[in-house]
Design a binder for this molecule. Sequence first.
Ligand SMILES: Nc1ncnc2c1ncn2[C@@H]1O[C@H](COP(=O)(O)OP(=O)(O)O)[C@@H](O)[C@H]1O
Ligand SMILES: [Mg+2]
Length: 292
Amino acid sequence: MKVLNFGSLNYDHVYEVDHFVLPKETMSSLSYSRGFGGKGLNQSIALKKAGLDVYHAGRVGYDGQDFIDYLNSFGVNTAYLVKDPQNASGHARIEVCNAENRIVLYGGTNQLIGEEQINDTLDHFEKGDVLLLQNEISCMKELITAAHEKGMYIAFNTAPMNDAVFTYPLSLIDLFIVNEIEGAGLAGVKSEKIEEIIAGLQKRYPETEIVLTVGAQGSYYIHGKTVIHQDAYPVKAVDTTAAGDTFSGFFLASYLSDKDVKKALDLASRAASITVQGKGAASSIPWMEDLK
Ligand SMILES: Nc1ncnc2c1ncn2[C@@H]1O[C@H](COP(=O)(O)OP(=O)(O)O)[C@@H](O)[C@H]1O
Ligand SMILES: [Mg+2]
């Protein structure tokens, strides 16, 4: 069984400022740093740290070599990551002022993935292999359809949740992984109440496996009438960035190995509780060895 994560990669350009830049103003920033982001990138690193051999497929631009080096430094396989010399990689320009931020996001090469690239990539995978998806790349509909035709097991984290999700062939998804916001959106439920979100998901997707994470309130596995709850590990959270990505990676690694839902929920919660105690994204995700 091979695991393919077809997903986004973004450079985060972070500028610390004493006020947000105004129209006509040119302003110096107080500091600059560049980070690696994109849900796809974080989830590939989580899958790898959870002990799976993962292939990250996607598209980077002329400025994209650093993504490849970064993923490789964790041991993520980038054989199917395409470098596009004509275009810029996905990136975010983030102004940070007094713990508030202002962000301009450019999808770049994440949004230039087309059918040819999808077919070339899926040629290397077969029935029984696993595909993980997030909602930050182009051509999702074609990708889901082609992977399903191959007989791949498809897990879809519908973040960021938007109306485009409903244009995808959702009946072909085997496992949804959502937090409460994505879960409510997917269920078409206005309420923030967890019971109502679960009921909405059960009604709309009675045959699909669903993992719903609800921050410090833990997580649920839902499949038809089956609902299994797992408490979060009580810890002092410092930065919850990548909590959901850690959860996805460790849940999949455990669940795919023996289909034991309770064990997978517990392991994923333990791993995510470590991530929230550290600052940053990929660097705060633990390795499987650290959990033993
Ligand atoms: N404050 C916290 N304390 C302990 N565990 C947490 C905390 N926040 C998140 N987690 C763990 O991480 C999982 C995913 O977090 P969640 O916030 O639901 O995902 P997302 O990052 O996608 O919004 C939770 O189900 C829980 O196990
Ligand atoms: Mg959350």
